[in-house]
Design a protein around this ligand. Structure first.
Ligand SMILES: NC(=O)c1ccc[n+]([C@@H]2O[C@H](COP(=O)([O-])OP(=O)(O)OC[C@H]3O[C@@H](n4cnc5c(N)ncnc54)[C@H](O)[C@@H]3O)[C@@H](O)[C@H]2O)c1
Length: 387
């Protein structure tokens, strides 16, 4: 499939990332876009005047010549739309999190397996230079056998982005541990070489429930502005907020290692700060994109004097330079069967840890076990979706 026609399901918000798939010089063209917001369709039409536009994604899926779709609608729509696209024989680029339930992920995986339509999940952090550097260090054996991983996730823009629209309601996102944390849990699974077997969670909504709300008839809209600080001065929040504004989960991995993830939406700064500790050392990122560093300690001594410092240079493009390589990887996978950094099974396992972490924090903080996937399904996806 060297020539490829592409359709975008959601052209606004993250949907604009799909614009990068338009590469006529390589025989890849965006021929259709769907969104329920006129403003998003208008912007799309400006960029792609010859493309068809739709407000119902099912009409886009009826175009037989479309070989691949990019789905970037809100999380609660992923399952329905991905399954419909796979059933229609399209290769699917589906934004993370794969779905908002474990059962939903499993239905997507089963549909991809049965139909043979290709499935790819947009875990772009697997293309972050800082993540790739830490993976290279860990895989080289420099810090020995990994036993523990921690991630502290500071989200200064939490109030701008996640408490004003659909993200703030469990019925649409399940919760922000899943919404945001699916990325980090996936990264940690990847670097630690194993998946979560069981999870325990604690979390609360303790700050953003005290901010000013919009009325139910005013549409929800993210509002990015660094002046929106401190958190309790903010207004315009959703009438319904039933997701946590900080969460903490501990995970037991299948390979015996353990990890923990903490996320807070009302910090003044932003960073995903990972550290992995092995039998011979420790690695940590200082900054997660742009001019950032990876520090490694292989001998005893103060934290202020790492034994090795890797200085990473800024890479052009969205999300620290990860957004173009992930599109390259998807297109090469669809057209030439290339190996992918991301994995649908891993995407499901990050959703499972997120969903069960939420369940635990909302139901007495008890341990929750991840349900197993059937063997044929795992083998199929491990074999790059070849039967
Ligand atoms: N990988 C990443 O770095 C990354 C970054 C941002 C968002 N995302 C993911 O992208 C998805 C969208 O997030 P967002 O922040 O862009 O949300 P958003 O609400 O800003 O935008 C969603 C878009 O989908 C459209 N839409 C909603 N319902 C629709 C429907 N039924 N049919 C067609 N279009 C519809 C909206 O009009 C809007 O244009 C989420 O799943 C999110 O997790 C991923």
């Amino acid at each position: 499939m060297e020539k490829l026609q592409v359709g975008l399901i959601a052209t606004g918000g993250r949907g604009a990332h799909g614009f990068e798939m338009h590469r006529p010089e390589q025989g890849i063209e965006i021929v259709a876009g769907c969104d329920i917001a006129q403003v998003a369709l208008d912007k799309f039409k400006e960029k792609f005047p010859d493309a068809q536009t739709f407000t119902d994604y099912r009409d886009l899926l009826k175009i037989e010549s479309i070989g691949a779709v990019h789905i970037a609608t809100p999380d609660y729509l992923h399952e329905e739309m991905a399954i419909a696209a796979l059933e229609a024989g399209k290769a699917v680029y589906l934004e993370k999190p794969m779905a908002i339930t474990i059962e939903g992920c499993d239905r997507i995986l089963e549909t991809a397996y049965r139909t043979g339509s290709k499935l790819f999940i947009g875990h772009n952090m697997r293309h972050f230079p800082v993540v790739l550097k830490m993976k290279e260090i860990i895989d080289s054996g420099l810090i020995g056998e990994l036993q523990v991983g921690w991630c502290r996730h500071f989200v200064c823009y939490g109030g701008d982005a996640y408490f004003r629209d659909w993200h703030s309601e469990q019925r649409y996102s399940n919760g922000l541990l899943l919404q945001k944390g699916a990325h980090d849990i996936d990264v940690m699974h990847w670097l630690m070489g194993s998946y979560t077997k069981s999870v325990v969670g604690m979390g609360m909504l303790s700050v953003y429930n005290r901010c000013g709300r919009r009325s139910p008839d005013t549409p929800g809209c993210a509002k990015w502005d660094n002046r929106q600080y401190p958190p309790l001065t903010q207004t315009g929040f959703s009438p319904i907020i039933d997701v946590e504004d900080h969460s903490m989960v501990m995970m037991q991995l299948e390979n015996g290692a353990q990890m923990t993830y903490m996320q807070c939406h009302y910090t003044p700064d932003s960073e995903r700060n990972y550290t992995f500790i092995g039998t011979k050392g420790r690695v940590e990122n200082i900054g997660d994109y742009g001019n950032c560093e990876v520090h490694v300690w292989t001998q005893r001594g103060p934290r202020s004097t790492p034994d090795i410092i890797y200085k990473l240079k800024p890479v052009e493009g969205g999300h620290g330079g990860a957004d173009t390589p992930i599109i390259d990887n998807f297109l090469d996978f669809v057209r030439f069967g290339a190996k992918t950094n991301t994995s649908p099974i891993a995407a499901r396992q990050s959703v499972a840890a997120g969903v069960l972490g939420h369940y635990s924090m909302r139901n007495g903080n008890n341990r929750q076990d991840v349900p197993e996937l059937r063997k044929e399904l795992v083998e199929y996806f491990e074999n790059n979706q070849v039967k």
